[in-house]
Design a protein around this ligand. Structure first.
Ligand code: PNS
Length: 158
């Protein structure tokens, strides 16, 4: 069975992430989504909220599992018996950073490879940070995140 790990912070999940999850799920038998428990960053959404949001907006995709992880993504992948990491590339800036990360991960464990997806141009300028900033300044973000995420942002009252 072919399985890929798609790791990220997902604070919150965007339509760009969702597009990548769908495209990965169409190629691999299973997609394991790893949500980073980042001790150094204070996320807007708790781990439980991020997990619940991802589960909710992917409920029509059957071959998905969602787990939190802390520490190295390579270790998380190994725990799930997976050798393939998925990341999206929006720009050359992403490329520089992602290339370095892929090379480090491969150096840590040479069985681990990273597959890059070219982000759909419609989502190439979207990031979780941009979404949060636009929301904070009362901009319309309906194009960028699922409706359910907007509901959750409304509940935060920021
Ligand atoms: O959605 P993000 O914040 O761009 O995702 C970044 C993520 C989670 C993929 C990356 O920070 C990560 O893998 N962190 C875990 C620590 C690790 O394994 N680092 C790789 C070696 S530098």
């Amino acid at each position: 069975m072919s399985t890929a790990v798609y790791p990220g912070s997902f604070d919150p999940i965007t339509n760009g992430h969702l597009d990548l999850i769908r495209r990965t799920a169409a190629i691999f038998d299973k997609v394991v989504i790893g949500i980073l428990v980042n001790q150094s960053k204070k996320p807007l959404f708790s781990l439980e909220e991020r997990t619940e949001m991802i589960r909710k907006v992917t409920e029509d995709i059957p071959n998905i599992e969602v787990y939190p992880f802390s520490g190295l993504v390579v270790e998380f992948a190994k725990e799930h018996d997976v050798n393939v990491l998925i990341r999206g590339i929006r720009s050359t800036t992403d490329f520089e950073y992602e290339l370095q990360m892929a090379q480090i991960n491969h150096k840590i464990d040479d069985k681990i490879d990273t597959l890059f997806f070219a982000t759909d141009p419609g989502y190439s300028f979207i990031s979780s940070s941009a979404v949060k900033e636009l929301w904070y300044y009362h901009q319309d973000i309906r194009e960028y995140v699922p409706d359910y995420v907007i509901q959750k942002l409304q509940e935060k009252e920021i």
